[in-house]
Design a protein around this ligand. Sequence first.
Ligand code: GLN
Length: 207
Amino acid sequence: MRVGVLGFQGGVYEHVYTTRRALEEVGVSGSVGIVKKPADVDAVDALIIPGGESTTIGILAHRTGVLDRIRERVAGGMPVLGTCAGAIIMAEKVSDRVLGEKSQPLIGSMSIEVVRNYFGRQRESFEAEISIEGFEKAFRGVFIRSPAIKSAWGRARIVGWVNYRGEKVGAVAVQDGLMATAFHPELAGDTRIHRFWIERALAFVKK
Ligand code: GLN
């Protein structure tokens, strides 16, 4: 399986490294490369959109024609893992807790509503345990100015939550081969999210 990591901005190399490890651990032969042009999108079977700044990543991906190409490939079934800013870019509906409603370039293929900067600026970063359906032990979530996944509909489902000040907040969503995490799994030193996504993705990769 050829996995691409969208390489404009954010935690690109951490994802490359974690994905290589995860492929090895699940015993799937494959490669991991950086995606920056529409032709790069065509050269991979599955894609990771890293965290960073979703407006910046979206604008660069839009200008280069990569955003439209990803949207087309996703419509054709390409699996995508979007983390933090990547989850925002994958969402159909986005608002910002700090800035309110504003428009930004999105792929918009996941039937989820995401609220940017949900945990506020005063507590931009924190770590917390995420309970995820099907995971025996909690996953240590690294939240950096993270969004919340507020709702899911259609084929999308929220499968992971963080307990934040007594509120159960959506942190992981899946929709067929698509997966979104509000936090940064590539910074946890734990490959379980990548492994989980690769195993799901295999079913959707065109043979
Ligand atoms: N707050 C960022 C955004 O809205 C996301 C932060 C991140 O990816 N670490 O794009």
